[in-house]
Design a protein around this ligand. Structure first.
Ligand SMILES: Nc1ncnc2c1ncn2[C@@H]1O[C@H](COP(=O)(O)OP(=O)(O)OP(=O)(O)O)[C@@H](O)[C@H]1O
Ligand SMILES: [Mg+2]
Length: 260
């Protein structure tokens, strides 16, 4: 049985708004194993993004526990959380948050550059990811010179450039036409297959969700259903293998979250 990469136990989140508590997560129990591909669906306001942010250590729960890999991250300081996040997690958001004054290649390299890695060190892995998402020929384009779907694929490459074990995506196809959305979806599956990346995608796109091996439906801050679809296997069995990477994408490079 593969090791869990995310374990939530009795997770609760209460926001206080204008002096009144608002219970947004009301006791989430969820285990996600290494190499899984999971969709999180549910009505607007159900708490999907809140849960994704807590899994991604961008926010902390009010109650309950959360473990990432073997590490219990509940109650860690924000500095420690940032370190764990940088090492393990990549994010893709609905709006890609690319830096407009930099080229596609520079945007993909950015997480490494921010960590103090050299241009030379980052160029190869960034270029190879741009190639994987089919954008090698657009490397020198700035975001304004790319289509929406291309920008989203650059954001995906950026989220992956430091080889995160866990990729979290919030509505990554939300503002795309269905064909381009489909390309992004395929890219997720491809990344999972090639690198064993665990992928958790919040989506309103039902056709996307239907293609996923596991679909978690949230309702009013709780998990309403958690379905595994036979025959839609992700690469869980491959997750423990070293990713078949060119040496330039070595695992020694810590992953860094790409935030807006
Ligand atoms: N910082 C906050 N303070 C107060 N309330 C908040 C805060 N963030 C989110 N909420 C509320 O929590 C609820 C859940 O929000 P969340 O963003 O998790 O929903 P969601 O399931 O992602 O919805 P959508 O599908 O529309 O993106 C919403 O009703 C929202 O208004
Ligand atoms: Mg949301």
């Amino acid at each position: 049985m593969p090791d869990p990469i995310v374990v939530c136990e009795g997770l609760q989140k209460t926001f206080v708004h204008m002096g009144r508590p608002l219970e947004v997560l009301r006791g989430i129990d969820l285990r996600i194993d290494q190499g899984e591909v999971v969709a999180i669906v549910g009505q607007s306001g159900a708490g999907k993004s809140t849960l994704l942010h807590i899994i991604g250590t961008l926010d902390v729960p009010s109650k309950g526990r959360i473990r990432l890999g073997r590490e219990d991250v509940t109650g860690l300081s924000s500095g420690k959380l940032a370190a764990i996040r940088n090492r393990t997690i990549g994010f893709v958001f609905q709006f890609h948050h690319l830096l407009p004054e930099f080229s596609a290649l520079e945007n993909v390299m950015m997480p490494g550059l921010i960590q103090g890695k050299s241009q030379r060190e980052m160029e190869k892995p960034a270029m190879s990811l741009l190639e994987e998402v089919g954008l090698k020929s657009r490397a020198t384009h700035r975001p304004g010179e790319l289509s929406g779907g291309e920008q989203q694929r650059v954001a995906l490459a950026r989220a992956l450039v430091l080889s995160p074990k866990l990729l979290l995506a919030d509505e990554p196809t939300g503002n795309l036409d269905s064909k381009t959305g489909q390309q992004i979806q395929n890219q997720f599956f491809e990344m999972n297959k090639r690198h064993g990346t665990t992928i958790v995608v919040v989506t309103h796109d039902l056709s996307f969700a239907r293609s996923m091996p596991r679909v978690v439906t949230m309702k009013d801050g709780l998990v309403d259903s958690d379905e595994r679809m036979p025959g839609r296997e992700a690469s869980a069995d491959k997750a423990d293998e070293a990713p078949p990477s060119p040496s330039s994408r070595g695992d020694t490079v810590p992953a860094r979250a790409v935030e807006g």
